[in-house]
Write a new protein. Structure first.
Length: 157
């Protein structure tokens, strides 16, 4: 093997990834810059979503004895949801729906969304509806929950 001299031309071979002679080094530098930029944007946006301060964790939700579910909402949840969304939840339900505080905390797996927003999605999910097909919700009951959620799921004081 002979050492290559500084002024000796470099032999360029096609790279495996691109098949283009000499493109590997150039693409690597540009792609690395793009990937790092994309990663920075992704990390920043994830951090902003995870730090949404208006959605408390379950451990941070302070029990307010004066905060309660409105009676009509409580009646719908008792009739249609608490068979599984009891406290503690059963049948693989991810959270209880017993108190107003239960509806205000961050939903498991949805750190930036309170439970009541997940309730709204599931009430209108054609693929995996809630309540499940053994206990269908009536249009009147769905309207009660939709109206309450549209107001921001306020407590009855």
């Amino acid at each position: 093997m002979s050492a290559r001299l500084a002024n000796e031309p470099r032999t360029v071979k096609p790279t495996r990834a691109t098949g283009i002679a000499g493109a590997g080094d150039m693409l690597d530098d540009r792609m690395l810059g793009r990937w790092l930029s994309a990663l920075a944007v992704l990390v920043a946006s994830s951090w902003l979503c995870a730090c949404r301060s208006d959605v408390p964790d379950a451990a941070d939700a302070s029990p307010d004895p004066s905060a309660a579910l409105p009676p009509d909402v409580d009646a719908v949840l008792a009739a249609r949801c608490r068979k599984c969304h009891s406290d503690p939840p059963i049948n693989f339900a991810p959270f209880p729906l017993v108190t107003w505080q239960n509806t205000q905390v961050a939903a498991p797996g949805h750190r930036a969304a309170p439970v009541y927003e997940i309730m709204e999605m599931r009430l209108h999910d054609a693929t995996f509806p809630m309540p499940p097909p053994g206990n269908p919700i009536t249009d009147a009951d769905r309207s009660v929950l939709d109206a309450w959620i549209a107001q921001g799921a306020p407590a009855k004081r």
